[in-house]
Design a protein around this ligand. Structure first.
Ligand code: NAD
Length: 314
């Protein structure tokens, strides 16, 4: 199976690199020239629990890719998905399967604009990965990947993808109902990402404070209530356990939203807290803490934009 990964940052490099290592033909596509150059010149470095692995794998700009892809894995941040998809349409064929394991809400609807439901695979992953620098990612710890083919229509495509992900060590399982997994992940992220982003604290530091923990549980609870009102059967206890575990095991972790704010980059707040607030409004559900955090992160994003604009113009 020929695989194209579009968005070869922390997660795209991890998935693409490990798939390459297990023998698949993989091409990484990104727009970050230093990263592409570093991977092509020195190989992709993936740091794991057992050390640093150097993987020989081609990295390209989209316009350089000519080979047709059987599987397209989308791993950009959610606000870049559309542009990234547009850039690789020329290498897809009538049977290409597109998979997203991105966080947040709205990924399914976006892919549906481009592909029939029977060729879309949606999932979640809690494998961790951080970008250390060009050509270098760090992934400490294992996780789980859960996937679902949106529509079967008589052709099962998800089992083949399940196999390649398991071959590469991504501990994958297939479900016929991905929505609880998506919403439980969104609940976790809406709480942890936005709260660490606005406080500047690590996950563990947030958990040291009873107020911090309670606020995090409140946000998760609000998000899961929205899911429940939509008829999605979510497991509140499971999410609370995940959060309790994260407070301890990921004490020093700075979630991507905090890292992105610190780096002056756009965050995924719109597809996480923002999307929850919009869903809640549609069904008349109150999500006060989620909404305040949504607005606070936007304020922080905008203050950086304004700062940059003033800096450039002044
Ligand atoms: P990242 O910022 O490290 O990587 C995104 C990459 O996309 C970057 O290298 C960027 O240059 C590239 N990109 C941007 N626009 C592009 C375009 N038009 N064409 C091609 N490439 C483009 O992000 P990440 O941490 O890898 O996260 C990707 C997704 O996975 C997000 O939705 C995130 O929430 C989710 N996720 C991340 C983790 C994690 O631990 N990092 C875990 C689970 C899920």
């Amino acid at each position: 199976m020929d695989i194209l990964v579009v968005g070869a940052g922390a997660m795209g490099s991890l998935y693409g690199g490990r798939l390459r290592e297990s023998g698949y033909n993989v091409v990484l596509v990104d727009i970050w020239s230093q990263h592409i150059e570093a991977i092509n010149a020195n190989g992709l470095k993936i740091e794991g629990e057992t050390g640093v692995q150097v993987i020989s794998i081609p990295a390209r700009f989209a316009h350089e890719v000519q080979e047709k892809a059987d599987l397209l894995i989308v791993f950009t941040k959610t606000f870049h998905t559309e542009k990234a998809l547009e850039s690789v349409l020329h290498v897809l064929h009538d049977n290409t399967v597109t998979m997203t394991l991105q966080n947040g809400l709205g990924n399914i609807e976006l892919l549906e604009k481009y592909f029939p439901r029977e060729r879309i695979i949606v999932g979640t992953t809690n494998f961790p990965s951080d970008l250390v620098g060009p050509g270098y990612v760090r992934s400490l710890g294992a996780g789980e990947t859960v996937i679902m083919q949106l529509d079967n229509c008589g052709i099962n495509r998800v089992e083949a993808v399940n196999k390649i992900l398991n071959d590469a060590g991504f501990n994958c399982k297939v479900t016929d109902n991905i929505y609880p997994f998506i919403w439980e992940k969104v609940a976790f992220n809406a709480a942890m990402n936005s709260l660490t982003a606005v406080t500047g604290l690590t996950v563990g530091q947030l958990g040291l404070s009873a107020d911090g923990r309670n606020l995090a549980f409140q946000v998760a609870d609000e998000v899961l209530n929205v899911a429940k009102s939509k008829g999605i059967v979510v497991n509140k206890e499971k999410v609370k356990e995940m959060m309790d575990e994260a407070f301890i095991k990921h004490f020093d972790h700075q979630p991507s939203m905090l890292q992105d704010l610190k780096a002056g980059k756009m965050t995924e707040i719109e597809s996480i807290n923002g999307a929850v607030v919009r869903e809640a409004k549609k069904i008349g559900c109150a999500v006060p803490a989620t909404e305040v955090l949504y607005k606070l992160v936007r304020v922080l994003e905008q203050s950086r934009e304004n700062h940059t604009t003033r800096y450039i113009s002044g």
